[in-house]
Design a protein around this ligand. Sequence first.
Ligand code: URA
Length: 320
Amino acid sequence: MTGVVKLRAGGSHLQQIPNDPRHLEALLDFYAGAGVDCFLQDDPVDWVALTRAQAAQRAQAGSQVASSAQPQQPRQQTPASNFQGQATAPPVPAAPIAAQIGAVPPASMGQSPVLPDREIIAAARDLAASAPTLDELRNCLSAFEGCNLKLTAKKLVFADGNPEAKLMFVGEAPGRDEDLQGLPFVGRSGQLLDRMLAAIGLDRSSAYIANVVPWRPPGNRTPTPQETEICKPFILRQIELVNPDVLVFLGAASAKTLLGVQDGIRKMRGRWMTYPCKGREISAIATYHPAYLLRSPLEKRLSWRDFLAIKQKLGEKAAD
Ligand code: URA
């Protein structure tokens, strides 16, 4: 059967594509890979005005951003914008694309994305700072509605390992396997991390592992600076609550976000730095991200040096 399905791409023009499941699948695949995470719906909406009003309301209500620990009613009548909250002005096809092609919309569809702005970041800060324990921080984060990545992720990826550990690793953001399991570093790069830990006589019972961003960005794209800013207060608080002796940044992204350093990973790795935390200075080091090592196995020899340095530093701290 032939036919045509009309899709509105980027809010600017209609695309006509053959009504063939393979074409539709390939197109949806492309959209997901490109970071598109919402279906367009019927009515034109001024998203800038709407999300600013929502942000103001939320800021006013302070921790109400997190108040939805109770399940929210899906807002069926509210059309979605793209994840960056860009306005999608002109009218769009009568039914959502998902309905046109018989796809099942994600559970989060119907919740309106939020424009990241200063109020949301401030609310995230207040909320994170108010959590007295890791369990409460996790609860705050799972109820937090301020980050659009939550709309497309399957699970919150909070942390794994031992909260009492002296060694803490911070990565950038979860990938597909992590999103499915709700645990950080459980895919191929996580397995490599486990092997590297084993090589210095450690495992997940002697380390704590988290990410800067706790939701998988669609298609594994890099988190936007706004998404990172919104999530940052939660990882800062997580580090404060774990209060490790040694902090390891896996890859440059987490070190740049949390230490404000600008160097690339080649220059930064293997150098001891300090991370100020609760009036003390935590020894911090960046090393190659295991995903990079999977692509560039020759660099493992440098990572090995870093891990030996980490082991030595842990020994020194224990002897202090
Ligand atoms: N990469 C990361 O940075 N974090 C994960 O949890 C998995 C892969």
